[in-house]
Design a binder for this molecule. Sequence first.
Ligand code: DOR
Ligand code: ZN
Length: 356
Amino acid sequence: MLDRLTIKFPDDWHLHLRDGDAMAAVLPYTARQFERAIVMPNLKPPITTVDQALAYRGRILAALPPGLTFDPLMVLYLTDATSAEEIRRAAASPFVHGVKLYPAGATTNSQAGVSSLAKCTAALEAMEQTGLPFLVHGEVTDPEVDVFDREAVFIDQVMEPLRRQFPALRVVFEHITTKQAATYVTQCSSVDGQGRRLLAATITPQHLLFNRNALFKGGLQPHWYCLPVLKREEHRLALLAAATSGLPQFFLGTDSAPHARHLKEMACGCAGCFSAPVAMELYAQAFDQAGALDRLEGFASEFGPAFYGLPVNSRTMTLVRRSHSVASELPFLQGQSIVPFLAGDVLPWAVELASA
Ligand code: DOR
Ligand code: ZN
């Protein structure tokens, strides 16, 4: 039995950091475990321009505690009004690595999101021409569609027509949660004229480890509530198979999304699992359960950089089989706390300090 695993240092290709004091409180957890992260732009107000993205990046770097290195990879939030010029500016910036689609109303801070992709043709053409990745929250927002079906319906109604209309558009299907999405991404290994992969997907630790039963186990469990919501066991198994397949179109994206404890544990609780403090521990657990620890390095540390055209990290991380407890809560904003995902549980894998 493998009890110790050393891999190239990983990156998180889907992360929510927030801003201000909240960001300063959560940033160290990610910076300890990941060299880089794609930082989601769904702030209030959202990050819609390159100038805003660069200013936000500066605030993140300024909040980094001494002794930690971390490279925030910035993303623009697409709106109905995003111009082709702004997309070209983003593509030309070494600090902006994608454009995020939030269908309006799909999730936290998506009010300013896209009402119809038909309004974004010029921006999408610019992404297609420049190769700047389009990061897609893949759920339809039609209230008539069952919440557990919104991702599968999105593939037919939005993703496939979009990719037919823009055949060279480079897409990351973010935080996939269904076997339909896993199959859809598995089946596409196409590359563009420059050999860059056209379709990839990120997968969160909670969708690899849990199914929707976790939301209701012994009562309503707000800390398991995220969007897209956890699905049936058959979907979890399909995601685990995809993540551990060794296919380079699947890579790590935690979707760690911090919300203060009182905003999760309320009548209308916020969506998001704060997995950053234990992210690599959870991925190791999932890959171990699948008997695929030898595939963790590709998923966590190699396939993401390959998609985004970035070098792999030179330092390494060692994971060890050692039981340890997750904190029951952590300090957040003044007078508030935050509950990490799996608070109080004992996890089988631990991260050892990185070697230089
Ligand atoms: O659960 C989620 N939380 N899903 C999202 O898409 C957004 C995120 C957040 O920002 O809290
Ligand atoms: Zn997210």
